[in-house]
Design a protein. Structure first.
Lengths: 287, 341
């Protein structure tokens, strides 16, 4: 089973293309913003354009209540939402994988302790505790937010990886490696790691979804990273100035749709990975 | 089932339950004390920002009084024992800043029924619908209709509940005005056992409940479908089929029966997490449950209320798990033989 067999999964291909398109927009953010509002204008500056202008060639999505080009805000929001989500997801996968690897590979008492700890963190509902912490921390920066989000989401990866390592440990190629005098570190990195890649992908995609969702939850309450425009902040702002009663549904719908597309893309990638690399599930998740 | 064996099993589960509560509360305590920044200092700055003209720095004596009142005075060890004693043995969460003079416990008790009613009911309805539809979709997995439903579910299950609620709110409350925009019942009726109040509660609860149900149903459809498709490949089913059992009987007593077990476990977990899920939906509809209480506590920097809601949310997850453990031996023969044999 090689990585190229992923290309036969329709779910993976659609998800990957969608995510790549979103990532491209996020990466090209400075260029796109400059072409939309001009390089000199600060896109977050209020009162640059008229308020509530309908969509036009100049403003593809119109302008908001503060006279800002909405398409620009959306692209900036997408960039920061993805950045924070990816950062937190990477961190969480790193921590979770390390714990899952140690737990699954060594087993015994180490496994028992780590598993109990993992289960304890797993039963703590993350949102209330995140809200509590974000409330009392004076300034939340992007790296700090990533750490906070990862602090509660790593058990998901730890569980996935532990289960895989537990079964791989007993395979004959690991026995062979042991018999040929490889030490534990070599076995983990050269024999087990390469087989974990698909599951690392699943963990990462799952963690990124979790991180963006949790971050969105914070932003809806009015917390989140200080002075940073994300899709969640944009939705919260738009609702709080009454876009609903003013009938400005595009201004709420556009960031909401982008969030849904991010989640959908990551989830399709996950379905594709599971279908391709988990033979037990083959043919169960649709065509 | 042997009663003595069940009693011993139950007591063992109870011990694990209490131990986990202690562990999780300790983790929460540590997290709260790890937060950089002083809540008093922050509260003072907030007051100044609102135009309070007092001294430019926090008065030491005054700060100490507030610290005592919300229970964050003394060394960390003292705080820990006082915290555990108050919370675990007396269910006492201290005073509130949000509503001066009202204990946090009263605020929680007032909000809790709304959250349990709205969220608990929606999660249950979503589960029942999802398991039945998911079972049928898996049973008829090769029909185009079932596949269409699966695709729709994959898309819908990725919509955050809050966004589904936004869409429903915009369409049915703001545009069509079929349902009210906020609160749990109309301000003109008297809460109590009367028809106006009950109708009001249902009308106000419909949109938030619908948002939760739509999203959760699609998740349950997908997971039940995967379970059913796995069961369809099992030998025991083929054996039952070859015996010539009627299809309806096969579906209910073989397929659904076996898919139900993991789904009951999953239901218990979702019910435990309702406090987590309630937060956002409630703030959108100004629904007077724990979520709205938490949002208001956050804007007022109400330390004790925030802490209490975190603890309640942990407690609800653990309690749901504990209750599940007690029910499992009755529905899962494997638990009976392995854990109690």
């Amino acid at each position: 089973m090689t990585l190229t067999s992923l290309l036969h999964s329709r779910y993976f291909l659609i998800g990957f293309t969608l995510l790549a398109a979103l990532a491209l927009i996020a990466i090209l953010e400075p260029v796109l913003v400059a072409s939309l509002v001009g390089a000199e204008t600060n896109p977050l500056q209020q009162g640059t354009f008229g308020i509530f202008e309908p969509p036009s060639a100049e403003h593809p999505l119109g302008t908001d209540r503060f006279g800002r080009d909405y398409a620009t805000l959306l692209i900036i929001g997408l960039r920061f939402s993805l950045t924070i989500g990816l950062l937190a997801g990477l961190l969480s996968t790193l921590v979770g994988t390390t714990i899952g690897l140690i737990s699954g590979y060594f087993g015994g008492r180490v496994d028992a302790v780590l598993r109990t700890f993992t289960d304890m963190v797993l039963v703590i509902p993350e949102l209330p505790l995140l809200i509590a912490m974000a409330t009392f921390i004076p300034t939340v920066t992007i790296p700090l937010m990533a750490v906070l989000l990862a602090a509660f989401s790593w058990p998901f990866s730890a569980r996935t990886i532990r289960a895989q390592v537990l079964s791989m440990r007993e395979r004959s190629y690991v026995d062979l490696a042991r018999a040929s005098d490889m030490n534990n570190v070599q076995i983990v990195f050269f024999e087990i790691m390469p087989n974990l890649f698909p599951f690392l992908g699943v963990s990462l995609a799952g963690s990124v979804i979790g991180a963006i969702l949790a971050q969105f939850g914070l932003e809806i309450i009015g917390l989140g990273v200080a002075n940073t425009m994300t899709l969640g902040v944009l939705i919260n702002l738009t609702i709080s100035w009454g876009a609903m009663s003013l009938g400005q549904w595009v201004l709420i719908g556009a960031p909401a749709l982008l969030l849904i597309l991010i989640f959908l893309a990551l989830n399709l990638i996950n379905i594709g990975l599971e279908q391709t690399f988990n033979p037990r599930l083959k043919g169960t998740t649709g065509t | 089932m042997d009663r003595r064996k069940f009693l011993r099993y139950g007591l063992r589960r109870l011990a694990v339950y209490l131990l986990t509560i202690w562990g999780a509360f300790t983790i929460a305590f540590v997290f709260f004390r790890l937060i950089p920044g002083d809540p008093i200092e922050l509260y003072y700055r907030e007051l100044q920002a609102e135009g309070f003209s007092g001294e430019s720095a926090v008065n030491d004596a005054a700060a100490e009084t507030i610290r005592e009142r919300i229970g964050i005075d003394g060394t960390i060890i003292e705080q820990y024992f006082r915290f555990m004693g108050n919370v675990i043995f007396r269910a006492e969460f201290g005073g509130s800043i949000l509503a001066v003079g009202t204990p946090v416990r009263d605020l929680i008790l007032r909000a809790l029924p709304w959250t349990i009613g709205l969220l608990g009911l929606s999660v249950l309805i979503g589960w029942v619908l999802g398991v039945i539809v998911g079972g049928l979709v898996g049973w008829a997995r090769n029909s185009p209709f079932a596949n269409g439903l699966t695709t729709i579910s994959i898309a819908l299950s990725q919509v955050p509940q809050y966004i589904a609620a936004l869409a429903l709110l915009y369409l049915f409350a703001f545009t069509l005005a079929w349902f009210p925009v906020r609160n749990a019942y109309p301000g003109t009726v008297i809460p109590g056992f009367n028809l106006d109040f009950i109708v009001g509660v249902i009308r106000h609860g419909t949109l938030p409940a619908l948002a939760i149900i739509i999203v959760s149903v699609s998740g349950w459809i997908l997971s039940t479908r995967s379970l059913v498709v796995l069961i369809l490949g099992e030998d025991y089913l083929q054996y039952a089929q070859s015996k010539g059992l009627p299809r309806g009987y096969l579906f209910t007593n073989y397929v659904l029966r076996n898919a139900l077990l993991p789904q009951i476990t999953a239901l218990a977990i979702s019910l435990g997490f309702i406090v987590n899920g309630a937060l956002l939906i409630e703030t959108l509809f100004s629904y007077p449950g724990l979520g709205l209480l938490l949002q208001r506590a956050v804007t007022q920097l109400d330390y004790n209320t925030i802490q209490a809601i975190v603890l309640i949310s942990i407690l609800s997850v653990l309690t749901a798990n504990f209750l599940l453990d007690l029910v499992l031996p009755f529905i899962d023969p494997r638990v009976r033989t392995q854990e109690m044999g």
